[in-house]
Design a protein around this ligand. Structure first.
Ligand code: 26Q
Length: 831
């Protein structure tokens, strides 16, 4: 290990603000408490101490951050820019301590002050700047970028209100506004010196310049300023510390009230409010009416600021604009930042007078696009009138890109008008709309899906024509998750056991976990493995009780499904199984049954009525089942409220069984599946997303597979899905549906779940009933396997052992090699 992690010098010998030893940390924590916060150690609150510690940790990242910036500016290294509307980074303290290698020193320093580190870790509010998988993926990637010593910047939006907090009242989800900034954010550094202007509305004017070139001037309706807010992202056991740069919107100076005495005072106030509204709130996904003007404005706002910042940094590096693609790669995290294609063209052609062809070449070489969904309703499009009204110049540019692009298609496929209509950037069926996935695909040099199956389907379905035109542009990069947060930080007991069994090499190369294979049958090791799991289950049981009042037995099989609530993810299939078990117990109270504790967690989009009804159903089942004497504790059902990154860290390590039961072909990848696996949970799952690869890695004997394959799903659909047939052939299914419809789980209200039952019976695009029998049968295999403790333990060990592929380090290494062509840069710290 290098010296920075073992440093234990006396306080006097260590520099203030950067010393990593116990004494230096202790001194700086107290200094911060008094000098930065003006508090008294004797009466400081835990939050005061949290802030004091956070600032001490932040100081220690600053030297690394400065050294990192020097390295990529002065040494001319190429930088990866990850453009994402969401970064779900989670609480920062624990992660930063681990990555800096000072967790135990910080613990000791606090202990000497009479403070418990765990108390402070529990206090931190998490920045909920994302909805779910896509936002968390961006955060895992930042951790890996720094760990792999890749110069990188994450670019996004500093939402004042992140994803809502979820409370459960009367079994229903209630949304509470997220106030993550209320008590201040010790991690961010406001950069008023890094700010850009972004235009909206107005009109364009064309003219011919002195050189005879066609020029367009955009006369905006209004302008907003974006100010950078930086959060340092240190790597694990390396000196690299990259930056997450989030843009906060402000009114431009000319609208400041003191400068505005000559004009219209009320108009000035209005402008200020409008500007600040831009970065106010994160939009939840899965909203039926997500086509909001403000959302498009947010996207353009952060993309324009980010591209302007890249051009500023290019200049700082002393490079001409023509070298942009050699110095930066920009990855578009879904279509949310895809307006970058048109905005980069605008910045190059309109603002830097570059020729179209050269600008287009640079744009394509700079940008790459990752797709995260095949669901047609989730593919982003924007109505033309609104687009023109908000971004008139960008629409002109999109039309010009489209004109040239469709010429290329016509040359390759003469006379194929249907193809032209299918591929156009503008959907002309009905009211015209801009197709953002097409824009991203045309403007990028690389397009990838997020799991092998997903990438294949992408090329066969939504982007088929494009894959035919440019086959080499397409590839797969299977997602990954960071083992720092989801193993080392979340499951320290397991991490220690791994160290003691196979050494520490897994911490920087997760494929080394394979060495566990040799110990999978060792009885003594198995005992320790189970003891770790048991301890984690006890911890979760305690948290469940304090969050919900429900008492669960840590000896039961913990069967967990946590993820956003959506019909395609089929939480209701899981619920149907629970009702089935409940009916069996009621019929035969003596039935021998594996005791199970079912845990659900996840938020429903506020406007998604069916998802909210699914939450209500789970809570209704819990209310009935948990207290029924016939059940006698053998079934427990828990809806864990407010699933977020912080809670997740207690949930994954406690799982015995991971539910990954989406309709095949619908879940692009999934990443929770990987977090469960890493922590030794077995998976019951369909052949969907990354489940396919998880099963390949761990082996079919260690995975509970069920359900239709993607191609079977499609044939059932083509032949006409008739859910009634599955019901009439299956008494248990019929009884379960009848019980739900009867009002048994809704305090006698037979109307409550009618829409849900009707959707399953008459118009379910996700084929829940078609997979029911196969799911129930596999669940029986799960119960049987659980009865053989040694066998179960061996399977659990195998899951961790073969999780190496699913490290985000592997995923980032693939992006670097195949898409960005960026190599690591070693950062050394000046003494
Ligand atoms: C779009 C327009 C307007 C408002 C909101 C949105 C919006 C916001 C967020 C649309 C989608 C999202 C998030 C999508 C998401 O999380 N997708 C998941 O991405 C993961 C990482 O690749 C995959 O593992 C999951 O399979 C995929 O569902």
């Amino acid at each position: 290990m290098d010296d920075m992690h073992t440093l234990r010098a006396p306080a006097g010998a260590e520099p203030a603000r950067s010393g990593l030893g116990v004494a230096a940390l202790q001194r700086d924590i107290v200094d911060n408490l008094i000098c930065l916060q003006g508090r008294y150690p004797e009466i400081a609150t835990p939050h005061d101490w949290f802030m004091a510690l956070a600032y001490a940790v932040r100081d220690r990242m600053m030297t690394r951050r400065v050294a990192t910036t020097y390295a990529y500016v002065a040494r001319g290294a190429k930088v990866a820019c990850y453009l994402s509307a969401e970064f779900l980074i989670g609480p920062q303290l624990g992660n930063n301590l681990i990555n800096l290698g000072i967790e135990s020193n910080a613990r000791d320093a606090l202990q000497a002050l009479g403070i418990e580190l765990d108390t402070l870790l529990a206090i931190e509010e998490e920045p909920g700047l994302g909805n779910g998988g896509l936002g968390r993926l961006a955060a895992c990637y930042l951790d890996s970028l720094s760990t792999l010593e890749i110069p990188a910047i994450g670019y996004g939006i500093r939402y004042e209100f992140g994803i809502f907090d979820q409370e459960i009242r009367d079994g229903w989800q209630v949304e509470i506004t997220d106030k993550w900034l209320q008590k201040g954010n010790p991690w961010e550094i406001l950069r008023p010196d890094v700010a850009f202007y972004v235009n909206f509305g107005g009109r364009t004017e064309s003219s011919t310049d002195a050189q005879g070139h066609y020029r367009v001037r955009w006369i905006p309706g209004y302008t907003v300023k974006g100010v950078a807010c930086d959060t340092p992202m240190p790597g694990f056991r390396v000196n690299m510390c990259n930056t997450l740069r989030l843009w906060k919107s402000e009114a431009v100076e000319s609208f400041d009230l003191q400068d505005f005495n000559a004009g219209d005072y009320y108009e000035a106030v209005h402008e200020k409010v409008r500007s600040e509204t831009l970065s106010k709130v994160l939009y939840p996904n899965d909203e039926p009416e997500a086509g909001k003007r403000l959302r498009l404005a947010q996207q353009y706002f952060f993309v324009s600021c980010s591209l302007q910042d890249m051009l500023r940094l290019l200049k700082l590096k002393g490079e001409p604009v023509g070298r942009l693609a050699d110095m930066f790669s920009a990855q578009l995290n879904d279509t949310h930042p895809s307006i970058a294609v048109a905005e980069l063209m605008r910045l190059l052609v309109d603002e830097r007078q570059m020729e179209w062809d050269e600008a287009w070449d640079i744009t394509q070489r700079t940008l790459a696009y990752t797709n995260h969904t095949l669901l047609p309703e989730a593919l982003e499009t924007w109505g033309l009138p609104m687009f023109r009204d908000l971004l008139p110049r960008l629409l002109d540019i999109i039309y010009e890109i489209n004109r040239r692009f469709l010429d290329e298609v016509r040359q390759r496929f003469p006379g194929d008008d249907a193809r032209i209509a299918r591929m156009s950037l503008i959907d002309e069926n009905g009211a015209k709309r801009v197709r953002m996935a097409h824009l991203a695909t045309v403007g990028a040099h690389a397009v990838n899906g997020v799991a092998a199956l997903h990438s294949k389907l992408l090329e066969e379905t939504v982007l088929r024509d494009f894959a035919e035109l440019w086959p080499k542009r397409f590839r797969n990069v299977t997602n990954g998750v960071t083992p720092r947060r989801f193993l080392m930080l979340s499951n320290p007991a397991l991490a220690t056991l791994l160290d003691e069994t196979i050494g520490q090499s897994w911490r920087t190369d997760l494929t080394k976990l394979r060495e566990l294979g040799a110990h999978a049958d060792d009885a003594a090791f198995q005992d320790r493995w189970r003891a770790v799991k048991q301890e984690n289950k006890q911890t979760l049981a305690t948290r469940i009780q304090s969050a919900t009042g429900i008492v669960v037995d840590p000896n039961a099989l913990f069967d967990i499904q946590v993820k956003r609530i959506h019909e395609y993810k089929r939480q209701h299939l899981n619920a149907l199984y629970i009702v089935t078990l409940y009916l069996r117990l009621r019929r035969d109270p003596q039935l021998a049954m594996t005791p199970r504790c079912f845990v659900f967690g996840g938020k429903a989009a506020p406007g998604y009525a069916m998802a909210k009804l699914i939450i209500r159903l789970i809570n209704g089942i819990a209310e009935v089942v948990n207290d029924d004497p016939a059940v006698n504790g053998r079934l427990k059902v828990v809806f864990y409220p407010d699933f977020n990154v912080k809670n997740a860290q207690f949930i994954y390590p406690a799982a015995d069984l991971s539910e990954q039961i989406s309709t095949a072909g619908k879940e692009a990848s999934g990443t929770g599946n990987m977090k469960f696996m890493m922590n030794g949970a077995l998976t019951i799952g369909t052949l969907d997303g990354a489940n396919v690869e998880i099963r390949e890695e761990v082996g079919d004997e260690n995975f509970f597979l069920f359900g239709l394959t993607e191609s079977e799903v499609e044939s059932v659909r083509r032949a006409g899905y008739r859910p009634g047939e599955y019901v009439s052939g299956n008494d248990e299914l019929r009884e379960a549906l009848e019980l739900i419809a009867s009002g048994h789980f809704s305090r006698g209200d037979a109307a409550m779940f009618r829409p849900l039952v009707d959707s399953l019976l008459y118009h379910d695009p996700f084929l829940v009933l078609a997979d029911y029998a196969s799911y129930v049968a596999r669940q029986q295999d799960v119960s049987d396997a659980w009865q053989d403790t040694r066998r179960w333990t061996r399977m659990s060990i195998a899951n961790t052992a073969y999780a190496g592929k699913f490290s985000s380090d592997r995923a980032i290494a693939e992006y670097c090699e195949h898409i960005w062509k960026i190599r690591p840069v070693k950062i050394t710290l000046e003494r």
